[in-house]
Design a protein around this ligand. Structure first.
Ligand SMILES: Nc1ncnc2c1ncn2[C@@H]1O[C@H](COP(=O)(O)OP(=O)(O)OP(=O)(O)O)[C@@H](O)[C@H]1O
Ligand SMILES: [Mg+2]
Length: 485
């Protein structure tokens, strides 16, 4: 709810509740007062007084719209007598302080006193005559002859006028106190819902401006304040992300520079060595020169591959490569993949086979090209580290309830247990004796990055000397050919 609306509603509520409570309190006050102090002042009596008061003031209002002469009409006086009798009241018509008509007999003193008191106390509607309280209503007429006409209505009441005073004081004080309490409540609610959260937001904003982005901003407060807190928290998260991204960029840049200088140094030095060998005449025969050139070329190709790998890894790490995910039949995809590698493996005398243990068609959501890079890196390793004559690499396809499991198993030299947790780290090579001539150590780091971008997992199981099982799990698409599962 908007703050202004809320503020208005709460204030209105404070006034309404105060009024309601006061009415309730007045009822209770009257009940208690009449019970304890003045049995006459019961509710019926009060309502009777109310009835009498409004009755005589109605008669007075009607009379004021008439000419004084009309009051002297006996027809009017009969009706008047009837009405005041019904109200238990008395009516007097005076002309120049002389009673010209009266519904009852009062002594002269009382008559004169009532005339005087009713004239002198225009703000009150009660007067005391001979120890009795009367409600009065008075209409004055200035006659054209210069005479003075008066209609005076008097209604005796039982109630002591002190009661009114008490009731008035009680009502005003009760309303004032209740209203103050309600106002205090409204202010308290506002300070809790607005002022406190705003001061917390201020502290948070100061922290952010000082570069401290680690403290979350609680979503608290009312209306717009809550929205402001949410927006500020979003801003903090975005800022933190962008700083993190910036740090990652810097790290990557440093990492690229250090790894390029470190890992590319060996092949580049060797290229320089071979070319200098030719230039200095160390390689004299055309065959030797050719051999030197070929070696230099293969080193240059390696450098090129390493640079490509480095750039690819850096881009993957910074999420700079867009993925094009497609629903793909797992088995068909691997059959296609294998046909690409069969020749290469045959050439190296390594058996490559696909074992499909899927009971039905399994679909996965993948970027075919990127996933090929994963398979290629894993198969390259299997090929590279098989180091035996009867080398064999099997690709097994399995499934669980929600995942497709791809296992690429070789019977090569395996990975020592201590190295297993690190082989997916960038630049990690289990066998340090192998130099960068064998690769950059980025193959599995790239593979992990791509698999994780598919929300999948990659891990290795291996026993040193007995081969390696590279495991990849991918979420199933959840459909088989012919419609949803
Ligand atoms: N199938 C495997 N058999 C034995 N060791 C393996 C196998 N796969 C990976 N490794 C070990 O894990 C290390 C990391 O592999 P990764 O593919 O990341 O790097 P690399 O093969 O050395 O270099 P690159 O792949 O960049 O050419 C390898 O150096 C190797 O020691
Ligand atoms: Mg590799």
């Amino acid at each position: 709810m908007q703050l202004t609306r809320r503020f208005f509603i709460m204030n209105a509520l404070a006034v309404l509740v105060s009024i309601a409570l006061t009415v309730l309190a007045v009822i209770v006050f009257i009940a208690i007062y009449t019970k304890l102090f003045d049995p006459d002042a019961d509710i019926n009596n009060l309502s009777r007084i109310f009835e009498v008061r409004s009755g005589i003031s109605h008669i007075k209002n009607t009379a004021e719209s008439l000419e004084f002469e009309q009051l002297l009409d006996t027809g009017y006086q009969d009706v008047l007598a009837e009405r005041v009798k019904h109200l238990g009241s008395h009516a007097f018509i005076f002309k120049n302080r002389e009673v010209v008509y009266g519904t009852t007999l009062f002594n002269d003193i009382d008559i004169n006193k009532s005339l005087m008191l009713s004239k002198n106390e225009p703000d009150s509607d009660t007067l005391e005559l001979d120890g009795r309280t009367f409600i009065f209503a008075r209409a004055d007429y200035d006659l054209p002859s210069g005479d003075e006409g008066v209609l005076l209505l008097l209604a005796p009441i039982q109630l002591k006028s002190k009661f009114y005073l008490f009731l008035g004081i009680f009502t005003v004080s009760f309303f004032t106190i209740t209203f103050l309490i309600m106002n205090f409540w409204v202010s308290y609610r506002f300070s809790r819902g607005i002022m406190i959260p705003v001061s917390r937001l201020k502290e948070a904003a100061v922290k952010i401006s000082e570069g401290d982005l680690n403290h979350g901003i609680a979503e608290e407060g009312d209306g717009e304040v809550r929205e402001l807190a949410r927006t500020l928290e979003l801003m903090r998260i975005k800022l933190k992300e962008s700083i993190y991204q910036q740090q990652k960029y810097d790290e990557n840049r440093k990492f690229l520079i250090s790894s390029i200088s470190h890992d590319l140094k060996t092949p580049v030095t060797s290229i320089i060595g071979y070319i200098e060998g030719i230039m200095d005449g160390v390689a004299r025969t055309p065959d030797k020169i050719n051999e030197y050139l070929e070696t230099a070329r293969s080193r240059a190709v390696l450098v090129n591959t390493m640079i490509d790998d480095l750039l690819l890894y850096a881009k993957l790490d910074l999420n700079q490569i867009p993925y094009h995910f497609e629903k793909t039949d797992l088995q068909k995809y691997f059959e296609d993949c294998l046909s690409d590698y069969r020749y290469e493996f045959e050439k190296m005398n390594i058996k490559l086979s696909l074992v499909c243990e899927l009971k039905e068609r399994v679909y996965v959501q993948i970027d075919r090209e990127r996933l090929k890079r994963v398979i290629q890196n894993v198969l390259d390793n299997a090929k590279k580290y098989v180091d035996r004559d009867d080398g064999q690499v099997d690709i097994l396809l399995r499934e669980t309830g929600t995942s497709a499991i791809i296992e690429i198993r070789d019977n090569g030299k395996g990975i020592p247990e201590k190295d297993l947790p690190h082989i997916f780290d960038k630049f990690y090579r289990a066998d340090p004796s192998r130099t960068s001539a064998d690769g950059s150590g980025l193959g599995l780091a790239i593979a992990r990055q791509i698999v994780e971008d598919h929300e999948g997992k990659i891990w290795a199981i291996s026993t040193d000397g007995k081969g390696t099982r590279m495991m990849i799990s991918l979420k199933k698409y959840g459909e088989v050919a012919g419609g949803p599962r």
